[in-house]
Design a protein around this ligand. Structure first.
Ligand code: SAM
Length: 279
């Protein structure tokens, strides 16, 4: 769960379910021999980098000055984030990077006699300098900086090339949850499809509201999306319920023709052709 302000999402409870390493796509071998390896989000990396609280405080002070230097530049340019949100993101980055964030976040904000105290980080301090420069100077999306997005009651792994799931899309899961309630056993226990699954957000959200026999197949044309979605499925221990397949829209669903009880899709927003192929 986030400390302090929640990230802007409709719901913000954020269980950390598994610290497993990135896995293989659930279904991949027939389409490509070497599936892309998803990145591990910062908050799931091992806390193997030791640093003194004094050095971490120096980094935080540098990061705060860099953040404040933005002023209203991003708002003026394109209604981008203001410094209040950016300072909040800075705290989220520290929270994800620290092995034991709760007491240390408060301690970092105070002038204490603790300069020699050593704490464990999930990234090198030099890496954190680089990440925050990317956020402020290159305006890299925060979700790509930390490698995850808080969406509904999930924390989904995301990386460049994968759409960051949007808060509005959470409503699709709520609609399905309403549909499968009550006497709708056929919908609750049947097979659903999520076409263009991206990070797997909708597929995983729906998989979790279905009954014990309900299943979901997510498809995507992008091998990177398939790898990340499969990783997210694995992290939430849903591999027996959700299958991720590579291919265009219905093409990977030929073997379940006539068996679907429901279908969701949040297709691309632009007409720009996608560069990925399955060959
Ligand atoms: C707007 S994103 C939505 C991702 C995800 N469903 C979400 O809501 O966060 C659209 C997704 O459709 C995928 N896509 C584009 N063309 C496709 C196709 N022909 N077949 C399957 N997926 C496709 C893209 O790779 C991308 O992951």
């Amino acid at each position: 769960m986030r400390l302090g302000f929640p990230r802007p999402s409709l719901s913000t409870f954020a269980p950390i379910l598994s610290h497993a390493n990135p896995g293989q796509p659930t279904t991949c071998s027939s389409k490509y021999l070497t599936p892309p390896k998803p990145q591990t989000p910062l908050f799931l990396r091992p806390p193997t980098h030791s640093v003194t609280l004094s050095d971490l405080r120096k980094w935080k002070n540098w990061a705060k000055i860099l953040t404040s230097s933005v002023g209203s530049n991003f708002i003026d340019a394109d209604n981008g984030p203001d410094t209040t949100l950016l300072h909040r993101e800075l705290n989220w980055l520290i929270e994800d990077a620290l092995e034991n964030p709760k007491p240390l976040l408060t301690q970092l904000g105070n002038d204490c006699d603790d300069e020699g105290t050593v704490v464990n980080l999930r990234a090198e301090l030099g890496g954190l300098y680089e990440l925050w420069k990317q956020r402020i100077e290159e305006r890299r999306p925060f979700q790509y900086v930390v490698g995850c997005e808080h969406w509904r009651d999930l924390v989904l792994s995301v990386e460049e090339g994968i759409l960051i799931p949007r808060p509005e899309t959470e409503l699709i899961v709520d609609l399905v949850a309403d549909l499968v309630k009550g006497d709708n056993g056929e919908l609750r226990e049947g097979l659903w499809a999520d076409l263009g699954t991206g990070s797997g957000a909708l597929g995983i959200g729906i998989g979790r509201v279905l009954g014990t026999c309900g299943r979901v197949i997510g498809t995507d044309l992008s091998p990177d999306a398939v790898a990340v979605a499969a990783y997210n499925v694995q992290r939430y221990n849903l591999r027996d319920k959700i299958e991720i397949k590579l291919g265009s829209w219905f093409e990977p669903l030929k073997d379940v023709k006539g068996q679907l009880v429901g279908l969701v899709s949040n297709p691309p927003y632009t007409e720009q052709p996608y560069k990925w192929t399955t060959s």
